[in-house]
Design a binder for this molecule. Structure first.
Ligand code: PGA
Length: 245
């Protein structure tokens, strides 16, 4: 896993890299997360589409995860968040967005998602939970896990309060597995702010273990951890102040 520390321009950097990938391969298959971290990246991608610098017309977007047990129109759902933050502002055809249909057979929905991923996404963007979760792969998730139903860790349930405008918080969800994500050609893990500093340090330096799921991406051949200065503040540094990694 490579580390990339940026200052306030981290989102610009990530957005421009996504735009470059899309221009090189218009049919790019992207796994996209929700949450607060990627929002500045999505704003820049939306602006680039508005300015006709890039198009998602031939691309495919696979949603990383989804909360279970919440109503189809709840604004805290992951598909609603992604629609609001990105999809409403870009030119991706609706049929090229793979969300989770949790109204029927859950296993069938997970199998459909695995089929949508196929031999792997070209690029997976991921956020990072303070407990090391990626998507909803909570501590204990296996490195070869596939898309499945998961129970949410107490801290993930508590943290979901910031997405929901009520206190009927979800206790479970469905997520692409770590094995599903590891099939991606490239994985970019995004972490910003001081609250992520400890998990950034652990992602790079703690023993590789299912107890810290983000460490399970460390030996992926093309994994990149993009952090801002605040999220990098617990990393060991060299004499010149640069992270010693
Ligand atoms: P956040 O969530 O981007 O809202 O911090 C990340 C996560 O918990 O996966």
């Amino acid at each position: 896993m490579k580390l990339h520390v940026r200052s306030t321009d981290w989102a610009e950097h990530v957005a421009e890299a996504v735009i470059a990938r899309l221009r090189a391969r218009p049919e790019l298959k992207l796994c996209l997360p929700t949450g607060l971290t990627p929002v500045p990246v999505y704003q820049r991608l939306a602006a680039a589409v508005g300015a006709r610098r890039v198009s998602f017309r031939s691309a495919e977007v696979v949603l990383l995860d989804e909360f279970g047990g919440v109503s189809a129109d709840d604004p805290g759902r992951c598909d609603r968040m992604l629609e609001r933050d990105l999809l409403a502002h870009i030119d991706l055809p609706a049929e090229r967005f793979h969300r989770f249909d949790l109204t029927g057979d859950l296993e069938a929905a997970c199998a459909a998602h695995e089929r949508a991923v196929g031999d792997g996404c070209d690029l997976a963007l991921l956020g990072l939970g303070t407990n090391g979760h990626i998507g909803m792969n909570e501590p204990g998730s296996a490195t070869d896990s596939l898309t499945r139903r998961v129970e949410l860790a107490p801290e993930t349930i508590a943290a979901s309060q910031r997405y929901f405008g009520h206190d009927r918080l979800p206790t479970w969800g469905v997520t692409m597995g770590i094995g599903t994500l590891r099939r991606s050609r490239e994985i970019w893990l995004l972490a910003t702010g001081p609250v992520k500093a400890a998990v950034v340090r652990d992602t790079l330096l703690a023993p590789i273990s299912a107890e810290k799921p983000s460490t399970l991406l460390r030996d992926h051949p093309c994994a990149l951890l993009v952090v801002d200065n605040e999220a990098a503040e617990l990393l060991p540094v060299t004499g010149s102040g640069q992270p010693a990694l």
